[in-house]
Ligand binder design. Sequence first.
Ligand SMILES: Nc1ncnc2c1ncn2[C@@H]1O[C@H](COP(=O)(O)OP(=O)(O)OP(=O)(O)O)[C@@H](O)[C@H]1O
Length: 763
Amino acid sequence: MNPNDLQGSSAQSQHAAPGTTAAAAPPAPPPLDEDQASIVREEEELLARVREHLASLPPVKPPPKSDYDEQLLSLRDQIASARLEDVPALVQQMERVTGIAAQRNAHVVEPVDPKSPYFGHLRLREKGKPDRDVLIGKTTHVDAKAGVRIVDWRHAPVSQIYYRYEEGTDYEETFGEREVEGTILARRTVTIDDSELLRISAPQATLVRGVSGAWRSLDVRAASLAGGQGVAIRPEDMREMAGRSGALGTGAAFHAREDRHLPEIAALLDPRQFELISKPDTGIVVIQGGAGSGKTTIGVHRMAFLAYNGGRRFTADKMLVIVGSPALRAYISEVLPALNLPGIGVETYAEWARSTRIKTFPWLEAPVEENTPSVVTRYKTHPAMLRLFERRAREVLEEGSLRRDARGVLYFWADVLSDRDRVLEAFAEINDPEFGIDQVKRAWRWCADRCPAVLDLDPGDRVERKAAAADEPEVSEEEQKRQQGVDGRDGSDRDDRATLDPEDDSLLLRAYQLLRGDLKKGKQPLLYEHLFVDEAQDLAPVDLSVLMHVVNQPRSITLAGDTAQRLFMDSGFRDWRQTLDELGLSRVDVEPLRIAYRSTREVMEFARAVLGPLADPTPPVAPRSGAPVEHHHFPSQGAAAAFLADAIRPLLQREPRATLAVLARHPEQADVYYDALRMAEIPHLRRIRSYEFAFRPGVEVTEIRQVKGLEYDYVVLVDVNAATYPSDDESRHLLHIGATRAAHQLWVVSSGAPSTLLPSWLD
Ligand SMILES: Nc1ncnc2c1ncn2[C@@H]1O[C@H](COP(=O)(O)OP(=O)(O)OP(=O)(O)O)[C@@H](O)[C@H]1O
């Protein structure tokens, strides 16, 4: 089918049998040449040696953790029943045992997994020494006599050689006090699964073992650039596709069968990514990276790196991950244990802020407003408001004019938000052309109405009010009942306006920090040793400020985000520089990432085009090429959905392991396509309504907002109509986010006048 001729039913009929050529048996692989065969031989011999050595080791005893646990429990019980004068000695003993246990645990080295002992192989030559094979894996095991040296990828000096240098180059590194120089004779990445060598990636060739056990060589360029799911498309497939557009998945399946054993991501990190991961453990690393450039990957690997190199400082309970959505929470929670990082808290900012606010102000039982006007959101998250809070806090602390308990913090919050003169002055100072004085006044009115009602909820004041009311003339029984009906809880009349806006969580927490210092966890300060914030572009400066102040000094923080993927236009985040300035971090550099690993060049070109003037002047480098992006236009949703059903069915037959997302802007639109695909009996079809993603093959139908941070093999953006995506910033960001979820192929479907944001070259 010609992509310029995409009308209704003709498109459908032509889709009846797409991709059959792709499913045809691949031609017999050519035999390996001598060099390639010797690479395979070397790697197989090496693996055999390692396996034999590992099998000869005595079984590893698990560390005697439980002894310490028992001692601690017993000490705790003794403290509970001890005489007061004995308590200090017992507490001291408890601290000593905790210290020893932690130290023990810090030095416990996990045994090497014989099924997958390493993923990188270096052969090094240093002057005056015999050549050595150094293997990079997920844990360390060195036995020089047996010639087995497996080194944890996080073990800085050695891993630096693996990540920084290419085969054939000379290296110079500092190992402790020692300067080391040498040459990299070989640098290979291997996939070993279930004790079998399945894939070798070397500069000379990428070699894979087929199901029959025979080795064959893949096209080096395509294979070495495979990112994400790794279903790189070969140039032959590309040629085939060029003549056959209009089918989803053409060619990819063939390659997927050939190269399904991609190495784990720690093996693939590029030098720039490794540089960011191995930055010093203190300091703030700010990463600006386009979609799919590895921000999340870097954030979690940096935590693994710190946990390994930072000793006891970076234990799981001392690290916090803030993610952009519940879907990413599920995704990252799955990744962390695989990196040997179980038990780390992963929360969305909204969840974290809400639960922390409730713990900090437990007596404040105000419901949260569900319909906060946009102007109020912008008012409360505006950098001017953060500055006003900071300035007022300094003033009242100097004056000593406020009670400094948590109730005092609530009064301070209400006062700052509703002090009209000071508010107008603060916003006039910043003079934001996008948030004029009329908007400030409207938002102020909302706060001036509501804050006093919230203060009225303070139980202290309620008691006083009741006492005062007791002096008033008696109320009839009927009137009392009426009042109880209004209230619904305890008989005191509750004002409807006594609600908090979602943004108040941050403002209250920040006010607490400014007036009282560290937030608390029980009686202890709430302080983490490392914080990783993903999708930071959707947080307001005040949110980031609260988070920065729950990190212990000297601070260790990774902030990652992409200004082109902003979803919350009201959130007060404009750009990195301004936000960092607001946070007092003017001297922190923003580290750009330029390589887009997830999506093909074609997808990235489209994604950049829809951004229009919002695109970064420096385009990303997308090393992988794939099928062209196609626009399919239909007169109605029904025709579009029928066409999709016909395209998706054969795709799933050919590629049962593929993941595909059908993405709409609005839930009602997603419903239409879901219903149609369900009636067409598309298998493994799921309508994702609230982030309950399955992370397994099949078709997921949902809204773009929900898939932020996720990835699919194939993406179809539906109803890309002028009415759905008008020419505004939010629509541009949404289309950009939706498109960049696609690793291999993207289709754009319109069911009315197409959006004017679509680039003209698409048709
Ligand atoms: N050096 C690399 N080589 C190959 N693949 C990589 C590399 N770095 C990251 N990837 C892969 O690229 C994909 C995107 O990575 P990741 O999700 O970390 O990007 P991101 O910048 O957080 O994306 P987004 O902005 O969409 O949230 C993942 O599949 C990841 O495994």
